[in-house]
Design a protein around this ligand. Structure first.
Ligand SMILES: *Cc1c(COP(=O)(O)O)cnc(C)c1O
Length: 370
């Protein structure tokens, strides 16, 4: 029996919710998406929530809604999932990467201002692995320089920094619901914002550029089909109803890892900023000391039936990014060092103590050989 790197937590409640939609004859554009949107808006505390078919779609719609286009510069982090950069490459804007903080793995806020030019349009920070950012500080920098702020909170639903939920401080944010995320709708995402104009544009663009109050074949602008189906929405609603339970269980798994890894030499456990008042765990990643080959550890774990993953491979070193912009090794040293030495361990809401223990004992035995 293998221990997978992630696993969704699906109960009878989720199964019933999806079956009910199948029997209702309304499979898209119905009451479930509205219920999911209202649920997220209430939970996060924003005026608007707009459901879309993926986190990437949500990010792309916000890039369009914020008017980021040809030649504009976006200041962001290279230590993320590729979507947080692709979303503005789709609109031919240019990435300006800032290296990360060694401890949190989030964008190093102290380095942002130096990268702002007269072409900068947007700051796009990412709440990496669920750890929320000091968004007030980032918004201050943005206001001084007349920039918008898009927070990629795809990994951080429910996290809080200094009492403020991830996704509530900038101009808009996105959450994602792929099956490895804290809560899932199989595929799906949610834009959140307090800005009426941004919300209107996103609602129109996700459904082929229709006016929100217009007819089916009237298209105000060039849009997309980024809609979230009723089946996906119903699954999302059921998961959201359990979010407090899910976050608590994930916190427990993270604590078990913290405990069972406490006397393993050669690794560093995740560091959570004390200003984080609520941590919504996305993954659990450890960092290996110099001299321990991360990939070798991963392969040996695999032989023992334990799945793990390097998380993340830096965006600027992806083949297409090197080709498009000429990025190379050495451009963002902290990102690269972290990217080469971190490993995401099996992590799921349903993970049992014996599984965590088994993973930790396997790591200990493997590292002992180095
Ligand atoms: C999951 C994720 C996304 C969105 O991914 P989708 O698969 O499109 O839902 C975007 N950014 C980050 C940082 C993510 O982890």
């Amino acid at each position: 029996m293998r221990i997978p790197v992630s696993k969704p937590d699906i109960t009878q409640k989720e199964i019933d919710a999806v079956l009910e939609v199948l029997q209702s004859n309304t499979l898209s554009i119905g009451p479930k998406i509205l219920e999911f949107e209202k649920g997220i808006a209430d939970f996060i505390g924003t005026k608007h929530a707009i459901g879309v078919n993926s986190g990437t779609s949500g990010l792309h719609l916000l890039i369009r809604a914020m008017g980021v286009s040809d030649g504009d510069e976006v200041v962001t982090t290279p230590f993320s999932f590729v979507s947080s950069t692709n979303c503005f490459l789709f609109e031919r804007a240019k990435p300006v990467f800032v290296d990360i903080d060694e401890k949190t793995f989030n964008i190093n806020i102290d380095l942002i201002e130096d990268k702002i030019t007269d072409k900068t349009k947007l700051l796009l920070p990412v709440d990496v692995f669920g750890q929320p950012l000091d968004m007030k500080n980032i918004v201050n920098i943005a206001e001084k320089n007349n920039l918008k702020v898009l927070e990629d909170s795809c990994e951080a639903i429910g996290s809080e920094y200094d009492g403020a939920k991830a996704g509530t401080i900038g101009d808009a944010a996105v959450f994602a619901f792929y099956p490895n995320k804290q809560i899932t709708s199989a595929e799906g995402g949610m834009i959140v914002t307090n800005d009426d104009d941004i919300a209107d544009i996103c609602r129109s663009l996700r459904s082929q550029g229709r006016a929100v109050t217009g007819t089916w074949l009237h298209h105000e602008q060039m849009g997309y089909n980024y809609r979230l189906s009723e089946l996906h929405s119903a699954l999302g609603v059921a998961q959201l109803s359990r979010i407090n339970e899910i976050m608590k269980k994930r916190e427990k798994v993270a604590q078990l890892y913290y405990y069972y890894l406490k006397d393993v030499d050669g690794i560093t456990r995740p560091w959570i900023d004390p200003k984080v008042t609520n941590m919504s765990w996305f993954i659990y990643s450890i960092t290996f000391d110099k001299g321990i080959d991360r990939d070798k550890v991963m392969n040996l774990l695999n032989e023992k039936g334990i799945d793990s993953k390097p998380y993340f491979t830096p965006i600027h070193l992806q083949p297409y990014m090197r080709k498009m912009f000429g990025f190379k090794e050495g451009d963002f040293p902290v990102t690269e060092r972290v990217g080469n030495s971190t490993l995401a361990l099996p992590f799921a809401t349903t993970m049992e103590e014996w599984e965590v223990k088994e993973v930790c004992e396997a790591i200990k035995a493997i590292i002992g050989k180095f």
